[in-house]
Design a protein around this ligand. Structure first.
Ligand code: PMP
Length: 422
């Protein structure tokens, strides 16, 4: 039986453990840039499941790959080989220009995996004394919700009463090269630097021009691994295949995507499957990845045939439809159109971002409910977005949007914001 929105919300609230604080809208269908609620109302999706649905909802090519594989072989675990995983590992390794891929399921799992690889490399290759390795992380990071990851989170709600926390992390200010240099110079046991190329959950915080390349150079100087968490920024979201591509605008569709910064370890998730299935991955070259030996790491579902088939299809769509270029062009248009409104607005201070990962900052306190109320009004006007803070709203639509649709979205957003101008 089809539930009403209220019935679905009541069921989740009664029988489900609390998750995030969801916007009250109950979705039952998606196609391309649109989603529909159970009452049949249509919305532009301006969140894309936190940048997972880059290729659009229910992309026919991804659905086809998934259903065909689901009818053939879904899971064997890694106890045996399967006939899809190797093809996917080859395809994705070449796509991103790394020797090897380690398949996982969720973003947080892939981050955990990268940390394990980094530590083991530090002991076996770099020669740090056992159990002494430290990893530099950034203030206001978001890398997931496991016990180790929350150990170096700044978010009090994510941390409080979940201790004891995992040791071995040094936290420095994001976008601060001096802080990185000092941390590298003052700590002799640093194994890696874990960084988001743009901090998504922190409110789409874009670091200064050249920060990533200079941070990478500092890491190289100290023989420390540069670990890029591109779970949210990767797979064309920021207008390049990877956010670590920086401003390189090479038109090569087959570009491996690392002209500005080549991470030592690359972490992908979310849009690696187009949001169709949980798929994440860690990529690295042999001298690093080969520290993982049989029995060191594993996952029942990681690298399963459905995940592998879906990921190949999802990556093919990114190339076939030139989604990085599309995100780049639409992102420029989005910010320039919104800026026309912002120039005369007393409500919105600025729009920031790259490609189609953007946020507006509202002239109000970080713990106000203005952004939330604007998102409720956006919902009423047919567009779904979510605040990252009381005064920040992230805008991250699927990348398969047309220019006309984007302009339509800008007019919905501007119309809605004007309702809140004082
Ligand atoms: N890293 C980054 C940068 C993220 O944005 C997220 C999710 N928002 C994660 C890791 C965690 O991914 P998951 O929710 O799939 O565990």
């Amino acid at each position: 039986d089809q539930l009403t929105s209220q019935q679905a919300i009541d069921l989740e609230n009664k029988y489900g453990a609390h998750n995030y604080h969801p916007l009250p809208v109950v979705l039952s269908r998606g196609e391309g840039v649109f989603v529909w609620d159970v009452e049949g109302k249509k919305y532009y999706d301006f969140l894309s499941a936190y940048s997972a649905v880059n290729q659009g909802h229910c992309h026919p090519k991804i659905v086809d790959a998934m259903t065909k594989q689901a009818q053939t072989l879904s899971l064997t675990s890694r106890a045996f080989y399967n006939d899809v995983l190797g093809k996917y590992e080859k395809y994705a390794s070449e796509y991103f220009n790394f020797d090897k891929l380690l398949p996982m399921n969720t973003g947080a799992e892939a981050v955990e995996t990268a940390l394990k690889i980094c530590r083991k490399w530090a002991y076996e290759v770099k020669g740090i004394a056992e159990n002494k390795a430290e990893i530099i992380v950034c203030e206001n990071n978001f890398h997931g919700r496991t016990t180790t990851i929350i150990s170096f989170s700044n978010d009090p709600v994510a941390r409080k009463n979940f201790g004891p926390y995992t040791d071995g992390f040094i936290k420095i200010e994001y976008d601060n090269l001096k802080a990185l240099e000092e941390a590298l110079e003052n700590n002799k046991n640093v194994a890696g630097f874990l960084v988001e190329p743009i901090q998504g959950e922190a409110g789409v915080f874009v670091p200064s021009e050249g920060y990533l390349a200079k941070a990478k150079a500092l890491c190289e100087k100290h023989n420390v691994l540069f670990i890029a968490d591109e779970v949210q920024t990767g797979i064309a979201r920021t207008g390049r295949l990877l956010a670590t591509c920086g401003n390189c605008s090479c038109a090569d569709k087959n570009c491996s995507g690392t002209p500005e910064v080549k991470p030592d370890i690359l972490i992908l998730g979310k849009a690696l499957s187009g949001g169709a299935y949980p798929v994440s991955a860690v990529l690295a070259n042999d001298p690093i990845m080969n520290v993982i030996r049989p029995g060191n790491h594993g996952s029942t579902f990681g690298g399963n045939p459905i995940a592998a088939a879906v990921a190949i299809a999802a990556l093919e769509v990114v190339r076939d439809e030139d989604l990085a270029e599309q995100a780049f062009q639409l992102g420029e248009l989005f910010r320039s159109e919104l800026n026309k409104y912002i120039e005369t607005s007393s409500l919105v201070n600025l729009v920031r971002g790259k490609g189609l990962l953007n946020a507006i900052v509202i002239n109000d306190d970080e713990d106000s409910d203005t952004a939330w109320n604007i998102c409720l009004a956006l919902r009423d006007n047919g567009l779904l977005a979510k605040p990252t803070h009381g005064n920040i709203i992230r805008f991250a639509p699927p990348l398969v949007m047309t220019k006309e649709q984007l302009l339509d979205c800008v007019s919905i957003i501007v119309k809605t914001l004007k309702q809140f101008e004082v």
